[in-house]
Design a binder for this molecule. Sequence first.
Ligand code: SF4
Length: 320
Amino acid sequence: MSHLLEVKNLKKYFKTANGALHAVDDVTFTLDENETLGVVGESGCGKSTLGRTVLGLHDATEGEIWFDGENITNVSKAKFHELRKEMQIIFQDPYASLNPRMTVGDTIAEPLQIYGMFTEGNDRDVRVKELMDLVGLDQRFINSYPHELDGGRRQRIGIARALALEPRFIVCDEPVSALDVSIQAQILNLMQDLQEKQNLSYLFITHNLSVVKHISDKIMVMYLGQMVELSDGKELFVSTLHPYTKALLSAIPRASIHQNRQRIILKGELTSPINPKPGCRFAPRCNYATPACFEKNPALEEVLPNHFVACHNVKEINGL
Ligand code: SF4
């Protein structure tokens, strides 16, 4: 069976005055219909650049992106314009991504206008109201402006806009990070409901492992542009194998004082992503680093069934 999205050895480097910044370095994954891949890592790890490169908002430096059986790597702008109907994005900050001078109705209708769909006044309003119902946004807000709404409602506008063209794949770039914790759960539930109803596939980007835990079928952990761990969502929390993932997980607040998990504090310098030195990029901060870690970059290998890790010492560290 072919995958909806297949990314093979994708690289995205940016030229800087000091050399090439390796924002995304050799990332490979697949995504099927109705599936969510959570992408987790600290800010600057390349997860947003990965999402934007997949969507054609950045040109890939190397590697391939296949969508629905077609190689779409660095296709023409016109082709990407067509693809955008099927591949959409939801941004982190709903306020910054909305035009303050456009009403809710006009904002949701804008993609329809760009693609010449539902252009008649009546048709357009019916479709906009359908989308507002779909995302749980009361129709009375159709003539409101973004500043009149709270963060949760503004993010619902962003989601309605993304759904307007009936896409199959959505890059969700930190979609709940700017929201209050109480609203985050509502938006995550909404996104899960919409996934079921609309048969959507998500690339769900976040710095927060506890957010992806509930929504992801698979989780990829990135560190300085590279994949360090990839597994089924539940498996990652049952057997956390990479030292960096262990540190991320240790930072999640515990639900109960009886759950004994010690916070791992990462010390040491971050490796520069500009012309990175050979060796594991996590080595300067890793408690398990050995001399070999500073010489050779570990490859991503299947350590347990469907559980991939890039670490020279993964077996010794985890007693496998
Ligand atoms: Fe740590 Fe070495 Fe594994 Fe890198 S390869 S995570 S430095 S033990």
